[in-house]
Design a protein around this ligand. Sequence first.
Ligand code: FES
Ligand code: FES
Length: 169
Amino acid sequence: MSEVSLVVNGRRVSGVAEDRTLLVHFLREHLGLTGTHVGCDTSQCGACVVHVDGKAVKSCTMLAAQASGSTVVTIEGLADGADLHPVQAAFREHHGLQCGFCTPGMIMASVDIINRHPEGLDEATVRAELEGNICRCTGYHNIVKAVLAASKTMAKGKSKAASRAKKAA
Ligand code: FES
Ligand code: FES
């Protein structure tokens, strides 16, 4: 057994887990954060993506004990209170989901993709970057539209924040 201590969605949590417990199971079963889904047992579907220390990780590929000491964000921690994260809002606006099973992982992966491409994104890059996330419903078209739209919204948000900081200085 291992003592697992993490900051999850801004809250310090700890628990004892078997050494073989995967991070996804720790999140879902120990912490009740069932927004992170399990869609395969081959590390292919991406339904389980969360952020560990700011980077997208398939949480079925990491042991809870390995993640101990890290900062984790799950889909439950992405919105700012009642305000959806821009990627969540874009998925809603552009109909980037149907059954919703893949959506938490798709959104967490998309936030990471946008953060890693501050220069902006094009359709080919989004499609290539989302190769590790499988959706059985949408045909991906609206997901790609949503990610491109969110990337623009987030870039605008950053430039507004930068000009506010400049004025304040
Ligand atoms: S559950 Fe499918 S990749 Fe993690
Ligand atoms: S919306 Fe159903 S699997 Fe993607």
